[in-house]
Each structure stands twice: as structure tokens, then as C-alpha cells.
Design a protein around this ligand. Sequence first.
Ligand code: 5GP
Ligand code: MN
Length: 354
Amino acid sequence: MQDVNSGNIQRLEAMITEARKISIVTHQKPDGDAMGSSIALYHFLRMYGKDSVRIILNDRFPSYLDFLTSDISETDLIFFQEMPDTAEILIRDSDLIFCLDFNAFHRTDRIEPALSDSKAEKILIDHHLNPDRNAFSLSFSETEISSASELLYQILIRTEKIGMDATLLPPASAVALMTGMTTDTNNFANSTYPSTFLMASDLLAAGVDRNAILSHLYNQYGENRLRLMGHMMKDLLTITEDGVAYIVLDRSTQKAYKIAEGDTEGFVNMPLSIADVRMSILAKEDDEKIRISIRSRIGTSANGCARAYFNGGGHENAAGGRLCIPEDVPGVEAVAEYIERQTHIYLNQENENN
Ligand code: 5GP
Ligand code: MN
């Protein structure tokens, strides 16, 4: 963890001390790690004595994360899509902006212009490949770590305020950090490091109720989600000769199963349990675009494929992107062919390079 050094931690604390109005932003379609890290930082900054701290989200988060925000006032949690003018003013007036769990401004979608224009000091805390370091006054960017939540944990415990004693973290921060790490590792299944287990151990010792978190995250879905999963795995899954498993989920199917944001979380990982599958792709029809999730086995790069053919990126074995209509595909009915053709090209190039 090169960026997590005492010089950078001191700079961070000096910037926090000086700041009066602080904003926290994260990527669009915020997931558990985006929300966990943002909320953990919010409570830390409040404990630090900062009374003007706003979390500005592009759009709503899945309802299984509601438990994280129950003690945050409505005025401190702003959704850009719903209150663009308020959100823009808040960003413009901030003197410090934390950017969590994303590597480039465009990942914040509609917040991007305000973020680029803002004269505030910006601090990056992120674990994705290819960070845009030039855009930040201070960058904490580590890829050999489970999650942005773990990276934030490693930073916060080294501050003078916490002094390596996790019991001094605000309890709500501890819960949020454990939550973000849990969702980004798929409950300790991927991207775990020795530091990840040490963090979990220290947070448990500090009083975090992991059973309660797991219950919120994994055991509060509606029946519709399990029915959809059955349909997707039985009827919609295709496996190509290259070992690419893919599913195209069109809007009418999402509607038929009354699917809400977050309901398909985790499905893209499932085909990787098949021995012959090296890469799994979920293509989900959204407004005027197709959202892509990619997972790969070690030795095949989900990030490379997302960057090359799906206007995206992410981590080596977990990445995402989008197909635009009509630039990339004429419509959802053409997505299956696109995936088969481009992954065939990509995997054969990858074979040649290895
Ligand atoms: P998911 O499939 O869970 O939506 O995303 C997997 C990972 O890839 C996440 O870490 C996410 O932040 C990243 N990711 C998803 N979409 C994009 C994208 O469009 N661009 C980049 N650079 N990363 C993405
Ligand atoms: Mn993350």
C-alpha cells in the first residue's frame, strides 16, 4: 500500500482540518462498496467535528443498503438526478471533495461536469485500475486490496484520531466499512488479501454485528429475484465454444419479474462455477443503453475485455461497461451476436499474446 503512508495521512488530516464544506461523491449506480465507503467517511468526518458534510449520489442505491443510511439526515444525502441544482451548488461551494470507489470523473455520470469545474481540493480513495491521478490533489489508489471500503479503513485507522484502534471508529463507520468490503468480495469469495481478514477481525472485535449485515445484504430479497435467477440460468444462459457464458436480460423480462435495482446482484458470478467457463457476461437492457457486467477466471482479463469492447473497465477479474444504442448495437436483439463475436476476437488475441 504505497499511497497509505504517514506523509499522505498527515496531508489528508491537514486538508480535513482546513475544510469547511465537504462533499463525498462516488460512482453512478452506487453499490455496497460505494455506499459503505461514503457512509463510513461521512460519520468519521462528523466525529472529526465537521458539520457541513454532504454525500452526493448520482442516483438511488439498492434497497438492501437502506440500513446504512437510516441515521443520515435527508439534507446530507443528495441525489443529483432528483435535485440537480442543489447538488451542483453544493459541489461548487465545497472546498474539499472526496471521490470514492471510482477512477475517473465520468464514472459519476451527471455529476461529472460540476466535479470537473469545481475548484475544490479533491482526494481520491479508490481500488480500480488506471486511476486519473492528475485530476486529484491527493490520491490513495491501491489495486491490491479488496475494496474502497478496506482502503478507507486502512487510511482511517492510521489517522491521529483513531491511532490504529478500530474501537475508536464511529460504530456506524465500522458497520459501513464491513458492509462495503463484504459486498465487493462477494462475502469473502474474491479479491481477499491477508489485510482484508485482519480488517474484518478488528471490526468484529470492535463490536460490528456481521450476522445483522449478512441478513440485510443477502436474506431480504423478494421471491421474484429467485424466480428470475432460475429463469436466467435455465433459459437465458448461453455458453460459447470459447468458454464465455453470457445472459442478455431485456427490459420486458425485467418488467415481468418486477426487478428492482440490485436484484440481479451476484448473478454474473454464477456461471463461473462451471469448469469450462473462463468469462461470464451479464448484459442488462437499460434506458437507451445496455449495461454490461463481466467476471473472469484468473488468467483471463475482464478489465481488458471491458476496455476493448464494452466502453468500460474495472478490475482484472471483475469489470463493467456499456453498449450504446445505436453506436455499438442497433438494439437489445443484437447484443448476443455482439458478445459472441467480440469475445471470440478478444480471447483469441489474448491467447496469442500469452
Ligand atoms: P459490476 O459488474 O458489479 O457493475 O462492476 C464490476 C466492477 O467494474 C466494479 O468495480 C465497477 O466499479 C467496475 N465498473 C463497472 N462499470 C464500469 C465502467 O463503465 N467503467 C469502469 N472503468 N469500471 C466499471
Ligand atoms: Mn469497489
